[in-house]
Design a protein around this ligand. Structure first.
Ligand SMILES: Nc1nc2c(c(=O)[nH]1)N[C@H]1C(S)=C(S)[C@@H](COP(=O)(O)OP(=O)(O)OC[C@H]3O[C@@H](n4cnc5c(=O)[nH]c(N)nc54)[C@H](O)[C@@H]3O)O[C@H]1N2
Ligand SMILES: Nc1nc2c(c(=O)[nH]1)N[C@H]1C(S)=C(S)[C@@H](COP(=O)(O)OP(=O)(O)OC[C@H]3O[C@@H](n4cnc5c(=O)[nH]c(N)nc54)[C@H](O)[C@@H]3O)O[C@H]1N2
Ligand code: SF4
Ligand SMILES: [Mo]
Length: 738
C-alpha cells in the first residue's frame, strides 16, 4: 500500500515540481507546464500579475537561467501602465526568506518536527477521517483565502466538499468582501462589480467611502491622478486619511454613521429633484418605498448621527447633482460594519436613482482587497457553487457535476457555515478538525483571544502556508509547506473583473509544493483521486471553470486559454464565446439590464442599527483599524521579509490619537501607552495628530496585537466582521510598565 502511495507522490512531484531549468523550459509539456508562454526563454522577461493587492498590476519578471532575478512594472499592461507600489517592486524578496516552510511538519511533544510528505499525508488523512467517523462528516472544516489562484481555490472547494464530504468551509474573503457580494446579489441579482479602472479617469465626481485608496490601492489612485476632468474627489471617512488630504472634499462622519448619512444625501437629492425618473422607471424596482423611507433623514437627523452640518451635507448633494459622471467607490470602511450590506446598498441606491451606472465614469463600485478575492467570490465553492451557481438548485448541481465529471450526489445541497459560525462550531465542539490555507487567522481574526481559546478545542489543526513561523502555524498540529505566488501557475481576477496570469518563474524551496499539488496529494491519500482525474494541471482546470460559467453573468467561455490572457494584458469577464473582444476596458450594465429575473435592479433599505459596542464612560474612545502604509501587507508574513519595505514603515506598533486628547492625557509623541478594551490590552507608541478626530484612535491591523482589542460583531446578511469600531481606553503607562 505505502509503496504505491509513495510512487504516486513522487510521480506527482516529478510531474509538477521539477526545477525550473533550461530543460523544463525547452519541454514544458513534459512537466505539465504547457502554459509556459512561448516567449519565456531561459534568459527572458515575462509578465506576471502581482500577488498582493486586487489592483492586479502586471510585473515584468526578468529571468536568468530560467530563474527570476528581478522585476519591473510592465509599461504595456492596461492596469498599471508601468507603475507599481513598493510591495510590487519588492515582490520577489519575501520568497527567499529563511523561514520558508520547506518540509511538512508534525507537532511531537509540543515541538514541530520535519517529516516527509508520505507521513504527513497519512497522518492528516487518518486524523480527519477519525474525527469524521467519531463526530460525523460535518465535524471537519476548512478556512481558505483570496490569495491563491482560482484553479487552486476551485480544487480545494471541490476536493473538500465533493471528495471529503465536508460541508463547512469559508475563507478570509468573508473578512473582506462578503458585504459587497451580498449587497450586489440582492440589488443586482448577481455579484457583479460593474466598473473598469478607466472609470477613475472618466468621472467628474469621484466619491470614495471608507476607502484609503492612496495607501491600500496606490496604483488605482494613480489612475485617479490621470483624470483630465479636474474632478471633485470626495472622501467620506472619519479620519483625514492620505486620500482625504489628496482629495477636494472630506466629510469626517462619525464612525458607523454612514447609513443615516447616505439616506440623508438621498433624501435631499430626491427633494431637490436631482433624480433620473426615466432610468428609475425603466430599470429599477422599489423606488417609491425608498422615497418614503428616506424622508425622515432630514439634515438635522443626519447631523445628529454623523456630526456633518446641514450646509456641508448640502455641498455634497450639490456636488453629486452637478456631476455628469459620478462614481461611488467603497472599501472596508463600508464592508466591515455591523450593517455594511445596507450601507453598500445606500450607495447603490444613489447611483441608480441618479442614473450614474453603466456609463463611463460612473458606478456603484466595490473595490476588492486581495489579489484574487474576486476569484474566491466565484470559484472557492464556499458562498456559491463553482461559477456563481446555487448549491440548492438541482439544475445547477447537475450542470457543474457534468462539467467537472463528479457524481451529482457528491455535491452538497446546502451552504456551509460562515467563518464566525465555524469558529462558534469549534467552541461548541461541533467542529473538531480544521484545515487553514493561506490565511493567518491567529492574527487577522476578530477578538483574537477568543479565537485562540476556541481553537484549543480542536483535535487537529492543519496549516498550509509558505512560512512555518506565522502566528497560526505556531498553533498548528501539522504544517504543509506551500509554494507561493510566482512559484506556480494559475489565474487571479482583479477588482475590475480582469483575469491575469500568475506564472512559475521561481523554484519553490525544499519540498514545498504548489497548493494545487498538495490538494492532489490529499485526494490521492484520501482515496478520491478518481473523482479528480480531470484536474491534471491549472490550465485544464481553468478550462473546466470556464465551462461552469457558460450562460452565467460571469460567462468567460470566450477566453480560449492562458496564452490569450497573456497576450492581451488580461481579459475582463464577461466574454461569452463568439463575442468579439473589441475593447479591453469594459463596464457592466450599459444596457440597463440587471440579473434579477425581471431584469431590474432593486432599491433595498432598512433603519440604521446602533453598533453593539459604543464608547462609554469606562471605554470612552472609538478604535478604528485598517491599513497603515503601502509597504505593509496584512499580517506581514511577507512584507516584513523585505529589507527595503521594513525601512518604509514604523517598526513598533503605534496608535494615532487626536492631539488635544493626547495633551489632556499628558501623552507625548512616541511615548508608549496602554490601549485597553473589554477583551484585551496592548502597548503602543502614541502618534498625536489632527487627522484622527477627538474621541477616536486608529491602530493599523499589521501588528498582531491589534485584534486582541476588536469586538466580534457581524453584519447579519453577510456575516462580515465589523473590524472598524469598538470602544477602548487610552492611558499613560507607569514608568515600570514601559
Ligand atoms: N498596503 C496595503 N494595501 C492593501 C492591503 C494591505 O494590507 N496593505 N490589503 C488589501 C485588502 S485585503 C483590502 S480589503 C483593502 C482595504 O482597503 P481600504 O478599505 O481602503 O483600507 P482600510 O484602511 O482597511 O479602511 C479604509 C478606511 O475606512 C475608514 N473607516 C473606518 N470606519 C469607518 C466608517 O464607519 N465609515 C467610513 N466611511 N469609513 C470608515 C478607516 O478610517 C480607513 O481609512 O486594501 C488592500 N490593499
Ligand atoms: N483589525 C482588523 N483586522 C482585519 C482587517 C482590518 O481592517 N482590521 N482586515 C481584514 C481583511 S480585509 C483581510 S483580507 C484579512 C487578511 O488577513 P490574512 O488573510 O490572515 O492576512 P495575510 O497576512 O495576507 O495572510 C495570508 C497568509 O497566506 C500565506 N500565503 C501567501 N501566499 C500563499 C500561497 O500561495 N499558498 C499558501 N498556502 N499560503 C500563502 C502568507 O504567508 C500568510 O500567512 O484581515 C482582516 N483583519
Ligand atoms: S498596487 Fe497592488 S497589485 Fe499593484 S504593485 Fe502594488 S500591491 Fe501589487
Ligand atoms: Mo481584505
Amino acid at each position: 500500500m505505502s509503496t504505491t502511495l509513495k510512487e504516486k507522490i513522487s510521480n506527482v512531484i516529478r510531474q509538477w515540481e521539477g526545477p525550473l531549468t533550461k530543460e523544463l523550459l525547452r519541454e514544458p509539456a513534459k512537466y505539465g507546464l504547457g502554459q509556459v508562454p512561448e516567449k519565456m526563454k531561459p534568459d527572458a522577461t515575462t509578465t506576471v500579475t502581482c500577488g498582493f493587492c486586487s489592483t492586479g498590476c502586471g510585473l515584468n519578471v526578468h529571468l536568468k537561467d530560467g530563474e527570476a532575478i528581478n522585476l519591473t512594472p510592465d509599461t504595456n499592461y492596461p492596469v498599471n501602465l508601468g507603475m507599481a507600489c513598493p510591495k510590487g517592486w519588492e515582490a520577489l524578496a519575501p520568497l527567499k526568506s529563511d523561514d520558508r516552510a520547506k518540509s511538512p511538519m508534525i507537532r511531537v511533544k509540543g515541538k514541530l518536527v520535519d517529516v516527509d510528505w508520505d507521513s504527513a499525508m497519512k497522518r492528516m488523512v487518518s486524523e480527519f477521517k477519525n474525527v469524521q467517523s467519531k463526530y460525523g462528516d460535518e465535524s471537519v472544516a476548512f478556512i481558505s483565502t483570496g490569495q491563491i489562484p482560482s484553479e487552486e481555490m476551485a480544487f480545494l472547494g471541490a476536493l473538500t466538499k465533493f471528495g471529503m464530504n465536508m460541508i463547512h468551509g469559508d475563507g478570509n474573503t468573508r473578512q473582506c468582501m462578503a458585504t459587497a457580494v451580498v449587497s450586489y446579489k440582492q440589488s443586482f441579482g448577481f455579484d457583479a462589480p460593474p466598473y473598469t479602472y478607466k472609470d477613475f479617469e472618466e468621472s467628474d465626481v469621484i466619491v470614495l467611502v471608507g476607502s484609503n485608496l492612496c495607501i491600500a490601492h496606490p496604483i488605482m489612485w494613480e489612475r485617479v491622478a490621470m483624470n483630465q476632468n479636474n474632478p471633485e474627489i470626495v472622501v467620506i471617512d472619519p479620519r483625514k486619511t492620505e486620500t482625504a488630504v489628496a482629495g477636494t472634499q472630506h466629510y469626517p462622519i462619525a464612525p458607523k454613521s454612514d447609513l443615516a448619512f447616505f439616506y440623508g444625501v438621498a433624501n435631499l437629492l430626491i427633494q431637490q429633484g436631482h433624480i433620473q425618473q426615466d432610468y428609475i422607471d425603466k430599470y429599477t424596482n422599489g423606488f417609491e418605498g425608498f422615497i418614503e423611507h428616506v424622508k425622515e433623514y432630514t439634515p438635522k437627523k443626519v447631523e445628529e448621527a454623523s456630526g456633518i452640518k446641514a450646509d456641508e451635507l448640502q455641498k455634497l448633494v450639490d456636488t453629486i447633482a452637478a456631476g455628469k459622471r459620478v462614481s461611488f467607490w467603497w472599501t472596508m470602511g463600508v464592508n466591515q460594519s455591523h450593517e455594511g450590506v445596507r450601507v453598500a446598498q445606500s450607495l447603490i441606491n444613489i447611483a441608480l436613482m441618479t442614473g450614474n451606472i453603466g456609463r463611463p465614469g460612473t458606478g456603484a463600485n466595490s473595490i476588492t482587497g486581495q489579489c484574487n478575492a474576486m476569484g474566491s467570490r466565484l470559484f472557492s465553492n464556499t458562498t456559491n457553487l463553482l461559477g456563481g451557481h446555487d448549491f440548492a438548485n438541482p439544475e445547477h448541481r447537475k450542470k457543474v457535476a457534468d462539467i467537472i465529471d463528479v457524481p451529482v450526489e457528491s455535491i452538497p445541497e446546502k451552504l456551509g457555515w460562515a467563518y464566525d459560525q465555524i469558529i462558534n462550531g469549534i467552541a461548541e465542539g461541533k467542529i473538531k478538525a480544521l484545515w487553514i490555507i493561506a490565511t493567518n487567522s491567529a492574527h487577522s481574526w476578530i477578538n483574537q483571544q477568543g479565537f485562540r481559546d476556541v481553537v484549543k478545542n480542536l483535535d487537529f489543526l492543519v496549516v498550509q502556508d509558505m512560512y512555518h513561523t506565522t502566528e497560526t502555524a505556531e498553533l498548528a498540529d501539522m504544517i504543509l509547506p506551500a509554494a507561493s505566488w510566482s512559484e506556480k501557475n494559475g489565474t487571479f481576477i482583479n477588482s475590475e473583473r480582469r483575469f491575469g496570469l500568475v506564472k512559475k518563474v521561481v523554484r519553490a524551496p525544499g519540498q514545498a509544493l504548489t497548493d494545487f499539488n498538495i490538494f492532489k496529494l490529499v485526494a490521492n491519500y484520501w482515496g478520491c483521486s478518481d473523482m479528480f482525474k480531470k484536474w491534471t494541471d491549472p490550465e485544464t482546470v481553468f478550462k473546466m471553470l470556464r465551462e461552469c460559467t457558460r450562460n452565467q453573468p460571469c460567462d468567460f467561455t470566450g477566453i480560449e486559454d492562458y496564452q490569450m490572457i497573456d497576450s492581451l494584458g488580461g481579459v475582463q469577464w464577461p466574454l461569452p464565446e463568439g463575442v468579439e473582444l473589441k475593447d479591453n476596458e469594459r463596464r457592466l450594465f450599459a444596457d440597463g439590464k440587471f440579473h434579477h429575473p425581471d431584469g431590474k435592479a432593486k432599491f433595498l433599505f432598512e433603519d440604521p442599527q446602533k453598533p453593539l459596542e459604543v464608547p462609554c464612560q469606562e471605554y470612552p474612545v472609538w478604535l478604528l483599524t485598517g491599513r497603515g502604509t503601502s509597504s505593509q501587507w496584512h499580517t506581514q508574513t511577507r512584507t516584513k521579509k523585505s529589507s527595503v519595505l521594513t525601512k518604509l514603515y514604523p517598526k513598533d506598533i503605534y496608535v494615532e490619537i487626536n492631539s488635544k486628547d493626547a495633551r489632556k492625557l499628558k501623552i507625548e509623541p512616541s511615548e508608549w501607552v496602554w490601549v485597553k478594551s473589554r477583551r484585551g490590552k496592548l502597548k503602543a507608541r502614541a502618534v498625536p495628530a489632527y487627522h484622527v478626530q477627538e474621541g477616536q484612535v486608529f491602530i493599523s491591523m499589521h501588528y498582531p496585537e491589534c485584534n486582541y482589542l476588536t469586538f466580534p460583531s457581524f453584519d447579519p446578511y453577510s456575516r462580515q466582521p465589523s473590524y472598524k469600531a469598538c470602544a477602548v481606553k487610552v492611558s499613560k503607562m507607569e514608568y515600570w510598565e514601559k
